[in-house]
Design a protein around this ligand. Structure first.
Ligand SMILES: *Cc1c(COP(=O)(O)O)cnc(C)c1O
Length: 464
């Protein structure tokens, strides 16, 4: 499988190179040259498979000849063997049509583990054969990517990780999951700014000639294609359990950087019968607005109880613009350059109309989120986290026909956001055993102003 950049001006790469590279040289994001399609029979045949076998079937066309099937199966078995539920991503029924897909049974209790546990193993495997052997991972996190990446990469010999988080804007559990990992290859940076400031700095480092010249950079944010690929799997896994391909299923996805829901779009492109992808946002609703009115303009970030969705620039939206805009890289590049200068863009109407056929945006405020969390607790006996609460609120407000099952992606364990959960439901979720002792461990991190110069200086002084 070949991968092309959304901005049309970077080398075409294979799966191994795309995994190690992250962002494309021209500032774009890599996407497969075409979408592989699974036949109806193949999809029907996924029905009884284990998570690992489903993963192999769904990912093989994207991996191409970079790994043989046994190697891919081995990596998946190792990655998903670290989850503490035998189904890996269990599907839970809430009422006659509402379902919850629990994606938080991995080591750091958020859905990011599904992709990053595999990505860590892919990095290690590809580095062991590559000549250019050291990798410097630079990432920005609104909380969950950082802890998942650090867990997946701590102690790996050929990798350094520089992880930027917005100071004071991640939960205590999230911060401690990152800063209590004291492995020498892990460098945590608290940036005095928002997540978008941190992400802007990371993008600028990737574009910076001096940094690129000295370090072999890679990304673990959802700009990395391999992450999205790993997330496509659970859409299939859930849908076939609800009767696909004999019927269509809808998904409600708590959205920030548009990575998770873009994986749902990929699943639909591969032939999965998806009735709707509900793009649930909090009051930072740039994507919901873009889908409903074409207005993709970013304002200041508002801090909410769902920090992993406090984003005003959704990187992966570029992949959708490229794909729906006829895959014209130069046109996508022009749109994105316009957005980068003015912080606003109007989605071309033909793209918006196509998007509206599959996606519907829904903005959910704090009250609606709390109500959904309380409903899940009182009516369905499930304590859910606030991000999942945003998506469940959107799912319950949907006007889809009554016979379409709606799967809400439950992206974090409630204990990661215990205060908000307790406020909404009166129940204080216990930290799972694997996090016992988190609050007794020593922390280590640097605090830096949100400027490119200081962060670059820090990275160059420590990078290898
Ligand atoms: C990252 C994250 C999201 C948002 O996912 P995107 O792929 O950025 O849209 C939602 N919920 C939780 C708990 C997350 O960690």
């Amino acid at each position: 499988m070949d991968y092309v950049s959304t901005r049309g001006d970077a080398p075409v790469l294979g799966f191994e190179a795309v995994t190690l590279a992250g962002l494309a040289d021209d500032g774009g994001l890599y996407v497969p040259r075409e979408w592989p399609v699974l036949s109806r029979e193949t999809i029907a045949g996924l029905a009884g498979l284990s998570y690992v076998d489903t993963a192999v079937a769904v990912m093989t066309p994207f991996v191409g000849d970079a790994l043989d099937e046994d190697a891919l199966r081995g990596l998946c078995a190792e990655a998903y063997g670290r989850f503490d539920h035998a189904a890996v991503t269990p599907l839970v029924q809430l009422d006659h049509r509402q379902w919850l897909l629990e994606l938080f049974h991995g080591p750091t209790l958020a859905f990011k583990d599904v992709a990053l546990q595999l990505l860590g193993l892919l990095f290690e495997r590809f580095l062991s054969s590559a000549r250019d052997t050291h990798l410097t991972v630079i990432g920005a996190t609104s909380g969950d990517t950082g802890s998942a990446a650090i867990d997946a990469l701590a102690g790996r010999a050929k990798i350094d990780v520089f992880m930027l988080h917005p100071k004071g804007r991640v939960s205590d559990v999230q911060r401690r999951q990152m800063t209590t990992v004291l492995a020498p290859n892990i460098h945590n940076i608290a940036v005095e700014g928002s997540f978008d400031d941190a992400q802007t700095i990371v993008k600028a480092l990737f574009a910076d000639q001096e940094t690129r010249g000295r370090l072999n950079l890679s990304a673990v944010n959802s700009i990395n294609w391999a992450r999205l690929m790993a997330q496509v799997v659970y859409y299939f896994y859930a849908a076939v359990r609800l009767g696909v391909p004999e019927r269509a299923v809808a998904f409600s996805v708590p959205t920030g950087n548009f990575g998770d829901v873009f994986a749902g779009y990929v699943a639909a492109k591969m032939g999965l019968p998806v009735a709707k992808l509900i793009v649930a946002t909090n009051v930072n609703d740039i994507v919901a607005r873009a889908l409903s009115s074409g207005d993709y303009s970013s304002g200041p970030v508002v801090a909410t109880a769902t920090p992993s969705m406090d984003i005003q620039v959704s990187s992966n939206f570029e992949r959708l613009l490229f794909d729906l805009g006829g895959r014209d890289g130069l046109a996508t590049a022009a749109l994105m350059r316009g957005f980068e200068t003015t912080k606003a863009m109007t989605i071309p109407e033909d793209i918006r109309t196509q998007a509206a056929a599959l996606f519907s945006g829904k903005r959910v405020d704090a009250d609606a989120m709390g109500l959904a969390m309380r409903w899940a607790c009182e009516k369905a006996g499930r304590v859910i986290d606030p991000h999942s609460g945003v998506a469940l609120a959107a799912a319950r407000a949907s006007d889809l026909p009554g016979d379409v099952p709606i799967v809400t992606l439950a992206t974090a364990h409630p204990a990661k956001f215990g205060d908000t959960v307790e406020r909404a439901t009166g129940v204080r979720p216990a930290l799972p055993v694997r996090l016992a002792g988190l609050f007794d461990r020593q922390e280590r991190y640097a605090t830096l102003p949100a400027t490119l110069e200081t962060v670059r200086g820090f990275v160059l002084a420590r990078g290898r």
